[in-house]
Design a protein around this ligand. Structure first.
Ligand SMILES: [Zn+2]
Length: 68
């Protein structure tokens, strides 16, 4: 499988919800979650979420601010 953002690279992790693959760099940069603000039933076992939940929550708050 290849990374969604880097089609020339081998992917390391998969978003089980969207069935999309991402490379290590995307995982490190927390670009590997499509909808961190939405409910996801895979989250409890998600490697991406495990590493990125803080960043994801921050981004969700910023998105909510922009709506006001
Ligand atoms: Zn990538």
């Amino acid at each position: 499988m290849k990374c969604r953002f880097h089609p020339q690279r081998e992917a390391r992790v998969q978003c089980q919800k969207m069935e999309i693959w991402y490379c290590q760099e995307c995982l490190d940069a927390c670009r590997a979650c499509t909808d961190p603000c939405l409910y996801c039933k895979y989250r409890q076992q998600c490697v991406i979420w495990e590493l990125c939940r803080k960043e994801a929550r921050k981004r969700c708050k910023e998105l909510e601010k922009k709506k006001d």
